[in-house]
Design a protein around this ligand. Structure first.
Ligand code: DQA
Length: 147
């Protein structure tokens, strides 16, 4: 059954290690912490979230396709696929609702290969370098757009 009150929060490769992986860059909070904080914000607004993570590009694309039928908006941190994936951009271009791109770290302070994002050309908003709080800010923005 479709539930258009769901916001999908999609996470790309290595973000399953959030909290353990390079904490000096990505912090100590886990994706589970992100999920709890976002679920609270969403439910206060009468919405729900579906937070998903995959290390596989095709899985992220399949979830974007699923979102066409069952999500009111997408928050996406494509992780390293940000800088490589035309396929994820194409999938997002086939989604009609709002899309917010999130990066935990300030990619512009890092290596130059992180400065280009294929997804930014589709995103309605981009939140970069605000730590995991970026997911909450993105959710607030999506809720404002869809309400
Ligand atoms: C990231 C930044 C990307 O460059 C990197 O590959 C990631 C995480 C971020 O959230 O800061 O895995 O998207």
């Amino acid at each position: 059954m479709t539930d258009l009150r769901k916001v999908f929060i999609l996470n790309g490769p290595n973000l399953n290690l959030l909290g353990k992986r390079q904490p000096e860059i990505y912090g100590h909070e886990t994706l589970q912490d992100v999920e709890m904080a976002c679920r609270q914000i969403a439910s206060a607004a009468g919405h729900d979230i579906r937070l998903l993570q995959s290390n596989a590009e095709h899985q992220l694309i399949d979830w974007v396709h699923e979102a066409r039928e069952s999500a009111s908006g997408i928050i996406i941190n494509p992780a390293a696929f940000t800088h490589t994936s035309v396929a994820i951009l194409d999938a997002l271009n086939a989604f009609e609702g709002p899309v917010i791109e999130v990066h935990i770290s300030n990619v512009h302070k890092r290596e130059s290969f992180r400065h280009h994002s294929f997804v930014s050309g589709r995103a309605d908003g981009i939140i970069i370098g605000c730590g995991v709080q970026g997911y909450e800010l993105a959710l607030q923005r999506i809720l404002k757009i869809i309400n």
